[in-house]
Each structure stands twice: as C-alpha cells, then as structure tokens.
Design a protein around this ligand. Structure first.
Ligand code: UT7
Length: 327
C-alpha cells in the first residue's frame, strides 16, 4: 500500500437529531451500537463524487501520477443509476488513462475486502503493477428514516488506496466467505406507496452471523489450510499488530474480540486492544468503513509502516472476508 485517502461529507447527523425522527434515544444507540454521529451526503454527493475525492487524496498521498494507475476496482452498493459502473464514472472524472480497465464489486459491506482481493490477484499474477482500490457508499440514499431498526446505524463516506507491486512483503493473502442461504436477512425492499427501496434487516440474526464470521475469517486468513492447533494459531495471532474490522456495531467488534480471546486462551484485552474502532463518529458507511479507518489510523499514527494488519468485513449477501496485509 503506497498511499491512502478518504472523504466524508460535511453534514453530521447526531443521535439527538435521530431522536426527533424516530422513537429512540442517545443512550440506546450508544449502548447498543457505540455510534454517536454519522456523516450524511448532500443531494449532489454520490458514491461516485465521494469515491473520486478519496482516490484523488490517495494518489496525492502516494506521490504517483494518475497515468501510472493501470486498473481500478471499486467496492460499492449504491450506484444510481446502477450502470454504467461507479468505477467508470470515477475514472472519467479523475482523467485516469483513456484505456484504463475498471470494475465495480458488489458484495454488501464486504465489498471493500472483495475488491481488495481482486486487486491482490491481478498484482500477484503480474498483470498490473499499480492498482487503485476504492470503497464508497451512500447508504443514506437507501435508508428508511422512519425505521429505527436501521436508520440509527448508517452513514456515508469513501476510502481509497493505491497498491503497487513490490518485492517486499505486502498483501499476504485473503480469505473470502459467503452464506447465500441467509441472503434474506439483509435486503433492499420496496416501501409501500413510495416505490423506493430501502434496507430491511433482521438485526439480531445479522449480529450473530457477523460475530461468528469475523472470528472465522480472522482464523482462516491466518491459517488457510485450517491445520494449525490452538498454540500455533495463537502465535500467528500474536504477530498481528492491529485489526481493522468493518464498522457496523462496536458491540459486534468487541464481542468478536472476546471470542478470539476465549478461543485462543489469550489474556483478557489482548484481542480487544488490537481492534481499531472509528464507528463513534461515522456509523456504518458500508464499503467505506475499512479504508476510511485505515486512512485515519495511518494519519494519526495508530498504524505504522511495517505493521501486520487484518481487514475483516461482513455484510449483505451474506458475505464475509479478511485480508492479511503488511502495510
Ligand atoms: O453492515 C452489516 C449489517 N448490519 C449489522 O451488522 C447490524 C447487526 N445488528 C445489530 O447491530 C443489532 O442487532 C442492532 C443494533 C440492529 C439492534 O441491537 P440489538 O441489541 O440486537 O437489539 P434488538 O434488535 O434485539 O432489539 C431490542 C429492543 C427491541 O424492543 P423490544 O422488542 O425488546 O421491546 C427493539 O424494538 O430494542 C428496540 N429497538 C430500539 N429501541 C430504541 C430497536 N431499534 C431501536 C432504536 N432505539 N433505534
């Protein structure tokens, strides 16, 4: 990873604002999710405009020229209209190479992890040397602000990074997982009388899935063959500096950390202290959450070059995935 960038809209939607919109309270939201505020895109802002700024910042941060990018992969779920793809719009807006290949990856909130893995494969195969990856979503466009089960959770934003082929250790591997049989737990559904489709979620069931999927994916990315015993797995886990989880709910993140500690017989706090949590200010902004947290962590010194990091996500589909990276 030679550069990162991110963007969040200016408008802040606090728990107090939400209290005026649905039957909820700051206390309930903070205790159950860890969220205090989230960013909401303006009418003109889209996943494309946000993704464009994030990528521009990542290019600047990496010190490369736009023309050096050979391939663009965008994880997103909220392109409107659905085609042409967000990646094409962004490539055009930024004036990337005229013949640049680009594609969108739609995998719910796991879209960033899957997009990252697509980039990884092209780089490892030697097909491209410099690849841009973006995670961007405008969930506010598909959130029903009359549904307290969902509207307190979501926000908007974008994060991007530039990957460059290198002889030193970088992306070690990814683990991708899915559970298509449970796809109905998190869907878009038309609201009566409006014609608009909004997110509907069976929160409790997604919660249980998410916690389990995170633990499973962390183990599988460290031990792809599944042959390591507890002691070996613990040694592998101890080498990990930080984990950047998808920011869906602070309780899911901490619950997964406790599960990791119990399964690996680690001292209390050992996995919790590795978890990077930015949800308090941004809520769940889907594909943006991991690259945004990565950018913030690098800029604030929470992460340094050389750290061994796991990006772990889950989301609609249902899908889940992890990427093990020496940053
Ligand atoms: O990006 C990936 C997708 N999404 C997720 O990862 C979300 C996964 N799920 C969750 O994070 C949690 O399930 C929620 C935060 C959505 C809900 O928390 P919970 O602890 O699972 O609560 P619950 O759904 O079991 O509901 C408990 C109570 C219910 O009331 P009753 O039936 O006990 O009277 C809900 O109606 O809380 C009520 N409730 C609320 N109360 C105040 C639900 N939403 C709210 C709200 N404010 N916003």
């Amino acid at each position: 990873i030679i550069g990162t960038g991110s963007y969040v809209p200016e408008r802040i939607l606090t728990n107090r604002h939400l209290r005026e919109m649905v039957d909820t309270s700051d206390k309930w939201i903070v205790e159950r999710t860890g969220i205090r505020e989230r960013r909401i895109a303006s009418g003109e802002e889209t996943n494309v405009t946000m993704g464009r700024i994030a990528l521009e910042r990542a290019i600047e941060n990496s010190g490369i020229r736009c023309e050096e990018i050979e391939f663009l992969v965008v994880g997103t779920n909220t392109t409107e209209p659905v085609w042409p793809s967000a990646s094409g719009h962004i490539a055009n807006l930024l004036g990337l190479r005229k013949d640049l290949p680009f594609l969108d990856v739609q995998a719910g909130c796991t879209g960033f992890n899957f997009a990252f893995s697509v980039a990884e494969m092209f780089i490892k195969a030697g097909q491209y040397r410099t690849v841009a990856v973006i995670g961007t979503d405008k969930l506010s466009a598909i959130t029903d602000y009359q549904d307290r089960n969902t509207c307190v959770l979501f926000g908007d934003g974008a994060g991007a990074l530039i990957l460059k082929q290198s002889m030193s250790e970088g992306i070690i591997r990814s683990h991708l997982g899915g559970n298509a049989r449970s796809r109905n737990l998190l869907i878009l559904s038309k609201k009566d009388g409006t014609g608009n489709a909004y997110i509907r979620m069976e929160g409790r069931k997604v919660y249980t899935f998410a916690k389990k999927a995170m633990v499973e994916s962390c183990f599988r990315v460290l031990d792809p063959s599944g042959t390591a015993d507890k002691k070996e797995l613990r040694t592998l886990f101890e080498q990990v500096t930080k984990i950047i989880p998808h920011q869906a709910n602070a309780r899911i993140i901490m619950g997964a950390a406790e599960e990791l500690e119990s399964r690996l017989e680690l001292p209390a706090g050992e996995a919790k202290n590795k978890m990077i949590v930015t949800i308090e200010q941004y809520g769940n902004n889907s594909c943006a959450s991991i690259p945004l947290a990565l950018d913030i962590s690098l800029r604030t010194g929470k992460l340094r070059k050389g750290d061994l990091v796991i990006f772990v996500g889950f989301g609609a589909g249902l899908t889940y995935a992890a990427n093990l990276v020496r940053i």
